[in-house]
Design a protein around this ligand. Sequence first.
Ligand SMILES: [Zn+2]
Length: 297
Amino acid sequence: MWRPLALGLLPLMVHAADYSGPLFDAHLHYNIEAWDGHTGPHPPPDVLRRLQEAGVRSILANSRTNEGTHVLARDNGLRDAGVRVVPLVRLYRDRRDYNHWFEDPSIAAMVETELARGTAAGPFRGLGEFHLYRSGDARGAVAQQLMALAETRGLVVMAHCDDTAVDLLMAATPTAAQRLRMVWAHTGIDGSASPERVAALLERYPGLHGELSYRPGLVCADGQLCPEWKTLVERYPQRFLIGSDTWVNGRWDAYLPLMQDYRRWLGGLTPATARAVAFDNGERLFPPLAERGAQAR
Ligand SMILES: [Zn+2]
């Protein structure tokens, strides 16, 4: 007799448990000031400790300069701990490049050099993160050239831009974006694309994936996804990713709480969706390579 009553009360008494499975950090920078050429405040053992504390098993690494990504890719500590480094070519040699990469042929040349070089953890798997603060800059010759290159070679692009620029970048591909895979950093700029607009873009572009760091309006006061975002993520469980965005060293200092915040709202999703957003979507976008890449080190 008491059992149905107890079950009936249960939802009122318990909070959703935090997600406790593995994480794929789909927005990680190891910029020069984090390691400062040799050690810096966050040398590779410090990075490894933070990743392990947070339960991060794979990282989408891209760094200014690209040397930071090479440092992680060849680090024995990460390799021995089983942390998978998925390298992207960043388009910046320094901060000045943020503002003109999209029309600078020397950036395209650097990309080709890095792609040919590869990393100790295997070939580069994509290009980015790159920024387009003005949508129209997506029309730049080098931006257009690199989108076509990415689609043709099966590279993923990671773009920090608004929804108009997503359309422009996608239009630059040979197949009109039927094959290009894009990680849309922060799922827009400053939250300007509404959840409805995000849904429309996900419908239009099969390779578009929204990364959720710094996304305004995502999380509500209880630490759970706001209702419209919960609906969106559950509707497209295979199209979202989480990331730390360690763009300044302060984000390294806050790495564990950042990931705990994700675990909290992931725990409010259905278990299958939580696992997909936390880890599986990243693994599917960047499948582990057969032994060759792993043994090349
Ligand atoms: Zn970033």
